[in-house]
Structure formats: structure tokens, C-alpha cells
Design a protein around this ligand. Structure first.
Ligand code: GLY
Length: 375
């Protein structure tokens, strides 16, 4: 059996599910991020950073998949705690979609709990409030981000494409088109200023926050200025595919395809993306999380891609094969997907399991095998 055969993918998903079921009570942290000596809890989690929604999100996905009540209980505990980020006004930047889509929005969709809806709407309003009307972008980080002191009110990053679904969702709930207007304005700016002619994307663009003029396009998490950080390419594929799903705007579909084709071309015969498509040939740095995110994003895109569906399917299969070869199904290791690369390691190549690798891998497999429909 191999990837591309439904049964192989179903077995893959089942193996992840069974591992999580065996460990459902042993992981105590509500915000696991990476493991040390195989254990999530040995690493002190950064409560309420941009990754705080993924563990709760995994619990919701697994509850949806297997209907085991223990996942539901865990999902609720995690989601209730993530909701506290709003009342404590902690770590609330443009990452609100990463934090609240997998938790409160998903929890509302699955349970109808009105409190989850309220929290999600607050989060969406905060995200909308970060829109810069002159520059037509959603501001990324706040002051305190060391590298960009004094410039943060003009920062936008490619990752933010993943936060737009929170705005599309809120617009539908509130019957208010302003949310989609903001999301679309941001996406249009990304097409204009982030997406390069060859289909690759910049990580960061710095705008003058008063005039909207572009000041710089720095290296960000890429290997060098002008390079192609693969997780950023994956965020763009997924984000534009999802923006198309939410709006039906052809330019978003075209952009998702353009970036996806660039990604596929640069992958050549590889199963795991490098950290950066333009990293020097002598380094063998790789990032399984970029592969998992790209597989999920291309799965959404494939639904609408028509004549490009076949090349997308081949790439998704290779990415899932690569992910499988990097998975641990052993309960002595808490995480599933190994060998991700986090933001600080673009230049070191240090590999580690990271919680969003597991999240997007499970999501990709569920999108393909269990009728999961994302928001
Ligand atoms: N959103 C931050 C990262 O992808 O590293």
C-alpha cells in the first residue's frame, strides 16, 4: 500500500488517532509546543502565543473523527482556557485566527455553545481593528518584537493569510460585509506586494503606516532577503485557497495556484520541503511542518483546481509520504510529526517536533479521508 490509496491514508490517520487515544490523559499541558526527551510536559509552554489554539484544535478534530468523549472533554478544557486570552488581553496580535479558529470557532460549530461564538466574535473584531485603511493591510506584531522596533505598526506578514477565515466567518455570523471587505483588502495587498512574479512569496513587508508606501521587504524567517521560506509559501497556498473558498474571487484561486505551482516546481523529487527553497545547496535543512501545511492547503485548492488537480494530487501524496516517514507512533514520544523547523532555526537547521505540524497533518488527512470541512 502507498500514498494515493485511500486505505493507506485511512490507516495513517487511524494510527495517529490511536496514539492520541492512548495518551489522552497523560499530556497535562494545555499548550504543548515541542517535546523534550519525548515529553510535551517537560517543556514549559508559552501560554497564549500564536500556537495556543493547536492542541485544543487537535482535540476537536479527533473528537470529530472518533467521537470519543475524552477528546471532547479535553477540547472543552483547552478551549475555555484559550478564551481567557481575551479577558486577560494577552498575546493578541494578528494571530487571532490561528488561536481562535481551531478552538472557539470550531467548538461553536461542533457544540453550538453560544459562549464560544461570543468569544470568537470578540476575537474577529479585534482582528478587524488591526486593519490599516491607508495601507490596506492587517498589522502583524505589536511593539516588543525585537527585530522591528519602531516599525511594527507598518508590518504585515504572509502568515496572516491564515487569519482571514476568522473575518469571513464573523461577517457571515454578523451579516456584516465589512469583515470580508477587510479580509479582501488585505488579501489584495498581499497579491500586490508579497507575491513575486515567479509565484514565490515574501515573508514580511514593511509599510509606511501613514501613507501605505512600501518601505522594505526584509528577510524575515527566510534564509536571506528575497528568499523563499517554505512555511511562508505553504501559508500562502492554504490562505489563498481558503480565501477563494470563502469569496469565490478568481484572483485568489489564481494566486493559490501560482504559489502552489512554484512550490511543486521547487520541490523537485523531494518528499520533505527544505526550510527555504533558496537555501544554499550544501545545507540539508528541512521542515516537515511546511509539508503538512502545504498538503492541507493543496487539498483545499484541489477541489477547485480542475485542470491542475492531478499535479496537486501527486504533490499531496509525496508530502504525505514524507510526513509518514517522519512520524512517531510510539507512545514514548508525545508528538507525532518529527523534524519541523521553528522560526529561530532558519539559519541553524535545528529540527524538532512542533505542535502545528501535528495539527495540519491531522487536518490534511481528515480533509481527504473523513469529510471534514474547514471554516
Ligand atoms: N507563524 C509563525 C511561523 O510560521 O513560524
Amino acid at each position: 500500500m502507498s500514498c494515493g490509496q485511500k486505505e493507506w491514508e485511512q490507516q495513517f490517520l487511524k494510527k495517529i488517532y490511536e496514539k492520541r487515544l492512548k495518551t489522552v490523559d497523560s499530556v497535562k499541558s494545555l499548550y504543548p509546543y515541542t517535546t523534550k526527551n519525548g515529553r510535551y510536559d517537560a517543556v514549559s509552554p508559552a501560554r497564549f502565543n500564536w500556537t495556543c489554539g493547536f492542541w485544543g484544535g487537535i482535540q476537536w478534530l479527533l473528537y470529530e473523527y472518533g467521537k470519543d468523549e475524552r477528546f471532547l472533554q479535553r477540547a472543552k478544557v483547552c478551549t475555555d482556557d484559550v478564551a481567557k486570552a481575551l479577558s486577560e488581553f494577552l498575546a493578541l496580535s494578528h494571530d487571532l485566527g490561528f488561536q481562535f479558529l481551531p478552538t472557539t470557532v470550531k467548538g461553536y460549530a461542533m457544540t453550538g455553545n453560544e459562549r464560544y461564538k461570543t468569544v470568537s466574535l470578540y476575537a474577529a473584531n479585534l482582528l478587524a481593528g488591526r486593519f490599516n485603511p491607508n495601507g490596506r493591510f492587517i498589522r502583524a506584531w505589536d511593539e516588543g518584537n525585537g527585530a522591528y522596533q519602531g516599525l511594527t505598526s507598518g508590518l504585515a506578514i504572509i502568515d496572516c493569510m491564515m487569519n482571514l477565515p476568522l473575518l469571513y466567518w464573523a461577517g457571515r455570523e454578523m451579516e456584516d460585509t465589512r469583515f470580508a471587505q477587510i479580509a479582501n483588502a488585505h488579501a489584495d495587498t498581499v497579491i500586490k506586494e508579497f507575491v513575486r512574479k515567479d509565484g514565490s512569496v515574501n515573508h514580511i513587508v514593511i509599510f509606511n503606516p501613514e501613507t501605505g508606501e512600501v518601505i522594505d521587504k526584509p528577510q524575515g524567517q527566510g534564509y536571506a532577503k528575497g528568499s523563499s521560506w517554505t512555511r511562508g509559501q505553504a501559508w500562502a497556498i492554504y490562505g489563498f485557497a481558503d480565501a477563494y473558498k470563502n469569496t469565490g474571487k478568481k484572483e485568489y484561486l489564481d494566486t493559490a495556484l501560482k504559489v502552489a505551482k512554484y512550490f511543486i516546481g521547487e520541490m523537485e523529487e523531494r518528499l520533505i520541503p527544505p526550510i527555504d527553497f533558496k537555501q544554499p545547496p550544501e545545507v540539508d535543512y528541512c521542515d516537515t511542518t511546511a509539508g503538512a501545511i502545504a498538503a492541507a492547503g493543496m487539498t483545499i485548492l484541489k477541489e477547485y483546481a480542475e485542470s491542475d488537480a492531478e499535479i496537486l494530487e501527486k504533490m499531496i501524496c509525496r508530502l504525505l509520504e514524507g510526513a509518514y516517514r517522519n512520524c512517531s507512533f510510539d507512545t514514548e514520544e508525545d508528538s507525532v510529526l518529527q523534524n519541523g523547523s521553528e522560526m529561530y532555526h532558519t539559519k541553524t537547521g535545528i529540527k524538532m517536533p512542533i505542535i502545528y505540524g501535528d495539527y495540519y497533518l491531522i487536518e490534511a488527512l481528515m480533509l481527504r479521508n473523513s469529510g471534514l470541512s474547514i471554516i
